[in-house]
Write a protein that binds this ligand. Structure first.
Ligand SMILES: [Zn+2]
Length: 259
């Protein structure tokens, strides 16, 4: 048996794609989920399980083959954002963060007991508590509970070298087009890397111009452009495998365990 046939999955020789969404908005349910389902592409939705009634639609999404990931209950970020009245990472302890993550985990398990494991997503891509000389990473807390976690960064993930508990990702802005995403995918595949796209809100409009004042980088991503991207991934599924963050991370963990 050659080395290649030991591996049931192809993508280590091709690269891979994951499509992820943050913060669980209605526009994701209304615009993104139907397009993903039309093209049979599984995605990862990182939600904040706050109110039970808001969560119910995500149960159906999880049961249809998408991953429902943990994005904490309280979505604590740096106080530098200036969100008044919110908890901040600078004034939180590692155990505050751990409690919030475990509460989210309990609620997600109640919502969707059929999904027995999931990945984590760092709110605002930040992974620290405290500041200055007392600043600490909470990545080790995440590594205790999750097979992988998504942050952000410059390069796409090298399957053998990336830190599975702080995966890099490619943040999609509202002003981008489907062809921008296709080009980013092709660049990652040329390097045999795993590219994880991050979407926030979706929009029924064409891409808006870049707005430097918008936290969402120019508004939601256009459903029409998302359709173009998903159609491309679907037509190229043999050479460009697309799967949830959980499934790709598990595959990498299996490779690492046997090599
Ligand atoms: Zn978020």
């Amino acid at each position: 048996m050659t080395e290649e046939t030991h591996r049931p999955e192809l993508w280590k020789d091709t690269g891979a794609v994951s499509i992820s969404f943050d913060d669980g908005s209605d526009s994701q349910l209304e615009i993104a989920v139907p397009i993903l389902d039309q093209f049979d592409l599984p995605a990862t939705f990182y939600i904040n399980p706050r109110v039970r009634s808001d969560l119910e639609p995500w149960r159906k999404v999880g049961l249809s083959g998408h991953e429902i990931g943990n994005h904490t209950v309280s979505h604590i970020c740096s106080r530098n954002f200036g969100w008044s009245g919110k908890k901040s990472l600078e004034t939180s302890s590692l155990s505050d963060i751990e409690d919030d993550i475990l509460l989210a985990e309990e609620r997600l398990r109640n919502l969707l007991p059929e999904q027995t494991e999931r990945t984590f997503c760092y709110p605002c891509y930040q992974n620290h508590v405290g500041e200055g000389i007392d600043r600490q990473s909470y990545v080790p807390v995440i590594a205790k509970y999750f097979p992988a976690a998504r942050g952000t960064g410059e390069a796409a993930n090298h399957p053998e070298l990336t830190d599975l508990h702080y995966l890099t990702s490619w943040i999609v802005s509202g002003w981008m087009s489907g062809s921008d995403l296709i080009k980013a995918t092709q660049a990652a595949m040329a390097q045999k890397r795993w590219i994880i796209f991050v979407f926030h809100g979706m929009s029924s409009q064409k891409p808006s111009r870049w707005d430097p004042t918008s936290y969402y980088h120019g508004g939601g991503f256009s459903g029409q452009e998302f359709n173009i991207f998903c159609q491309y991934l679907s037509q190229n599924r043999v050479n460009i495998p697309t799967n949830t963050v959980l499934q790709i991370a598990k595959q990498i963990r299996r490779w690492r365990a046997t090599e």
